[in-house]
Design a protein around this ligand. Structure first.
Ligand code: SD4
Length: 326
């Protein structure tokens, strides 16, 4: 039997799932459900890793990555390192609907968003300032944090005028390794099928903490952060984006299902492909086929299971599922 409509969301992002379900239940499209659902997380700053005020980059600025894909038309809209606009997935939707392009990035994505009527504003909050200040002090504020080189004592923090304060005393030791922290990696990824059987997928995230300005992760990359095809199903991924995007795990999961794999086999194949090369990577993939059967697989969360939220008509309420990771 066909299980539709249905929406599935990464992690514990219940409010987004409920909001997307309301759209689907009311007869709305999968595309609208994804946009609306993810935007709820952006507004609520889910886990501090979606939306404004989280994951400051080396200069202290929060930038956003988002993607939305329409499996009916195979059209995509995405933004990478979007600055000063809170509504990343809505801007991605405008890229999808209003342009011939698929991805816009950085300040020029901001410019596009402003032309489309979005409000430009700082994405910095007291919380993100504090995160950045603490990190900057701990790391002697080196801009080469990611490059594993010795700190240059003559260098100081970037031109982030909100935060930079020469009087702040800094430690001299650079921490070379980013702490592996699952809360550094909680992108919202969603897949949905509407009552017509149309399928969509999307993501929204503020990326990785203390990234080099300009860095984008897997989330805005079609086939990596998410993928959808009405003929097959959809998939979405979350985790260590710098690694994951090298393997297009969402595309791989959809293609595995196209070749007849179950959703479980498909997500396991996608996760294993990455783990074969990066045994320490942290991440998860969710897939749903066009019949509404779904599964998730994950890697590198230690003993923590990976939670995801499902809302379909087989239950009166959303359900939180948990899978054990490899
Ligand atoms: C990134 N993938 O930018 C994002 C972070 C994240 O769950 O979870 N994804 O690397």
């Amino acid at each position: 039997a066909l299980n539709k409509p249905i929406v599935i969301t990464t992690w514990n992002f219940v409010n987004s799932t409920i909001s997307a379900w309301e759209v689907l239940k009311g007869g709305g499209t999968a595309l609208d459900a994804i946009e609306h659902g993810a935007s709820v997380c952006e507004d609520q700053q889910c886990d501090g890793t979606v939306g404004y005020g989280g994951s400051p980059d080396e200069d202290g600025e929060t930038t956003l990555d988002a993607l939305i894909m329409d499996g009916r038309t195979m059209n995509v809209g995405a933004v990478g390192a979007l600055r000063r606009i809170k509504n990343a997935i809505a801007v991605a939707r405008h890229v999808l609907e209003n342009t011939k392009h698929s991805i816009l990035v950085g300040s020029q994505a901001t410019q596009f968003a402003v032309q489309m009527g979005f409000n430009e504003q700082s994405l910095t909050t007291p919380e993100s300032k504090k995160l950045w200040t603490t990190w900057a002090n701990e790391n002697n504020c080196q801009p080469n944090f990611w490059m594993n080189v010795e700190p240059d004592p003559n260098k100081y923090c970037g031109p982030y005028h909100h935060v930079y304060d020469k009087t702040v005393k800094r430690k001299s030791k650079l921490q070379h390794n980013m702490k592996v922290d699952r809360y550094n990696h909680d992108t919202i990824g969603m897949v949905a099928i509407d009552k017509n059987g149309d399928i969509a997928a999307g993501t929204s995230t503020n990326g990785a903490k203390y990234k080099i300005p300009g860095r984008i992760g897997d989330s805005p990359i079609p086939g990596s952060g998410a993928y959808a095809d009405n003929e097959v199903g959809a998939a979405t991924a979350t985790g260590d984006g710098d690694i994951m995007l090298r393997f297009l795990p969402s595309f791989l999961a959809v293609e595995e299902m196209r070749r007849g794999a179950t959703p479980l086999n498909a997500v396991e194949t996608a996760i294993k492909r990455i783990a074969k090369h990066y045994s320490n990577f942290m991440g998860a993939v969710i897939a749903v086929n066009k019949n509404g059967n779904y599964s998730a697989a994950c890697h590198g969360l230690g003993d923590l299971p990976f939670p995801f939220v499902v809302y379909d008509s087989s239950n009166k309420e959303y359900q939180i599922h948990k899978v054990k990771c490899s």
